[in-house]
Ligand binder design. Structure first.
Ligand code: ASP
Length: 436
C-alpha cells in the first residue's frame, strides 16, 4: 500500500465542522497515514487566525502587558473543539502549558508554534492516531535555517516505522532545543519534508481552493482549473505570482519526484491540481500569469557585442546595488535590463550614473510601468503557431507589446506590456488558449 502525507491548512481547521470534514477525508483513503496540521485559521465564524493571536500574546507579554484576554479567546476555541468533538484530551493542562510558555518570555516564533501543537494534539485525539512532535523531527541552525539532511534523517527514522501519525506543521527546534518555526505559511514545508523523508507516494495539500486556475480569477471570470502540471510549469507560474502554496515546499518534492496534489476540503470530490514530474498533458497552454511594475533600462552602444565584458560590467552595477535582474533582452547594439520597480526604489539616480560611468552607452533610457505576462505550457514545444496565435490575440485586443522573450526550455513565452494593458492581455490570451 502506498503512503499519502496530507496537510490541512488553517481555514480547513477553523472549527468543529471543519474538523469533521477533515476526519472524513482522512478516513476515506487508507493510504492517508500522515496528517500535518496548521493552526486553526479564519472562517466566517472565526475572524482571527490562532497564529496571529498567539503572536499578539507574545508581543504583549514581551512588553510587560497582560495578554489574558486574547489568550482566553484561543483557549475557548480549543475547548470548544474538544467539547463538540467529544474528546477526552486534557486540553486545560495543555493550554496552561502554552500560557506558561508565553509568560516565561519565550521568543515569538516559539509562542506562535503552539497553535499547530495544540491543533495536532486535538486532531490526534480525534482521529485516534499517535501524535509526533515536530520539534523532535525538524532541526534548525542557530541562524534559523532548516537543516534538511538531519531533519529528513530524523523523519525517516521516526515515521517510516509508524503506521499512522499526526504532526504539527510550522514548528521545529534549534540545536539547543528551543522551539522555532518556518516562516509564515510554513506548514506546507513541514508536509513536504514529511513526504520526502518518508518517501511518500503523494503529498496532498488540502486548502480552501480546489487547486490552481488557468488565470487569476480577479482578472478572468470563472477560469478553467489546471488539472495536471509539471514542477517546472508550477515554478514559472508561481514566480509570476500565481501562488497557492509556499514555494519552499515545492523544491524538495520536485527534487524527490513526489507528486503534489492541491485539493479543497470544501470540495473533497474535486481532484484539484496534480503536479508531477511528468503530468498528463492537458493542453498547449497550462496557465497564464502576470506581474506588474517593472522598470526597463535600455542601453544603446555601437559594437556593443565586441566590447568584451560589457554585460558583466552592466550587471555588476545592479549586483552592487543589490538589485535582482529579471531579464536582459538584447538586440545587436542594444540591451535592456528588466528589474522590479520595488527594488529600484531610492537607487535610480545612482544606478543610472554608475551605468554611464562603467558602460559608456551612447544612449541610456529608463522607463517604468512594464508588466510581464507569461504564458506557460510544456505543450508549446511541440506545437507550431503558438507564438503567432499569442501575438495575434494581443494585436486584436489592441495591446502594444514592449518586449518578447521565450524561455530557453520553451516552456514559456514572456511578453512585456504596459501596466494598464496587463489585465486585458491576460484576458485576451486566456480566451485564445483556454480549452486548446
Ligand atoms: N499557522 C501558520 C501561519 O499562519 C503556519 C501555517 O499555517 O502554515 O502562518
Amino acid at each position: 500500500m502506498g503512503r499519502i502525507v496530507c496537510k490541512f491548512g488553517g481555514s480547513s481547521l477553523a472549527g468543529v465542522e471543519e474538523f469533521r470534514r477533515v476526519k472524513e477525508i482522512v478516513e476515506k483513503d487508507p493510504q492517508r497515514t500522515i496528517v500535518v496540521v496548521s493552526a486553526p485559521g479564519k472562517s466566517p465564524e472565526e475572524p482571527f487566525k490562532v497564529t496571529d493571536m498567539l503572536l499578539m500574546c507574545a508581543q504583549l507579554a514581551s512588553a510587560g502587558f497582560r495578554f489574558d484576554e486574547i489568550f482566553e479567546q484561543i483557549a475557548e476555541r480549543f475547548k470548544m473543539l474538544c467539547k463538540e468533538l467529544d474528546l477526552s484530551l486534557d486540553i486545560n493542562t495543555l493550554l496552561q502549558e502554552v500560557y506558561d510558555h508565553i509568560v516565561s518570555g519565550e521568543n515569538s516564533a516559539s509562542c506562535a508554534s503552539r497553535g499547530e501543537y495544540l491543533c495536532a494534539k486535538v486532531m490526534s485525539d480525534y482521529l485516534g492516531w499517535p501524535f509526533v512532535d515536530a520539534a523532535d523531527l525538524f532541526v534548525f541552525s542557530s541562524e534559523g535555517e532548516i537543516n534538511e539532511e538531519e531533519s529528513l534523517r530524523r523523519i525517516n527514522k521516526r515515521l517510516t516505522t509508524m503506521e499512522r501519525a499526526v504532526v504539527p506543521g510550522f514548528c521545529g527546534a534549534l540545536s539547543d532545543g528551543r522551539l522555532t518555526t518556518f516562516h509564515r505559511g510554513g506548514s506546507d514545508i513541514t508536509g513536504s519534508f514529511l513526504a520526502v523523508g518518508t518517501k511518500a507516494d503523494l503529498y496532498e495539500n488540502w486548502t480552501d481552493v480546489p487547486g490552481l486556475l488557468m488565470a487569476d480569477p480577479k482578472i478572468v471570470e470563472n477560469p478553467m482549473p489546471m488539472r495536471h502540471m509539471t514542477y517546472p510549469e508550477l515554478r514559472e507560474l508561481s514566480y509570476m505570482g500565481a501562488k497557492v502554496l509556499q514555494e519552499d515546499a515545492v523544491f524538495p518534492l520536485a527534487r524527490a519526484g513526489i507528486p503534489l496534489q492541491i485539493r479543497s476540503t470544501l470540495l473533497p470530490d474535486n481532484p484539484g491540481t496534480l503536479i508531477a514530474e511528468n503530468g498528463v498533458q492537458s493542453g498547449i497552454v497550462t496557465g497564464i500569469a502576470v506581474k506588474k511594475d517593472f522598470r526597463v533600462f535600455t542601453l544603446e552602444k555601437t559594437k556593443m557585442r565586441e566590447d568584451r565584458g560589457f554585460l558583466r560590467k552592466l550587471l555588476s552595477v545592479f549586483e552592487s546595488n543589490k538589485v535582482t535582474v529579471e531579464g536582459t533582452p538584447s538586440g545587436i547594439d542594444s540591451v535592456s535590463v528588466i528589474v522590479s520597480e520595488e527594488q529600484i526604489s531610492g537607487k535610480l539616480d545612482k544606478i543610472l550614473e554608475e551605468i554611464r560611468m562603467y558602460c559608456h552607452p551612447q544612449r541610456l533610457t529608463t522607463q517604468p510601468g512594464l508588466a510581464l505576462v507569461v504564458v506557460v505550457g510544456r505543450g508549446m514545444i511541440r506545437t507550431k503557431g503558438v507564438a503567432a496565435k499569442l501575438f495575434t490575440s494581443l494585436a486584436q485586443a489592441d495591446i502594444n507589446i514592449r518586449m518578447i522573450s521565450q524561455g530557453s526550455s520553451e516552456l514559456s513565452i514572456l511578453v512585456g506590456v504596459e501596466n494598464e494593458d496587463a489585465n486585458r492581455a491576460v484576458a485576451a490570451l486566456y480566451q485564445t488558449f483556454k480549452g486548446e
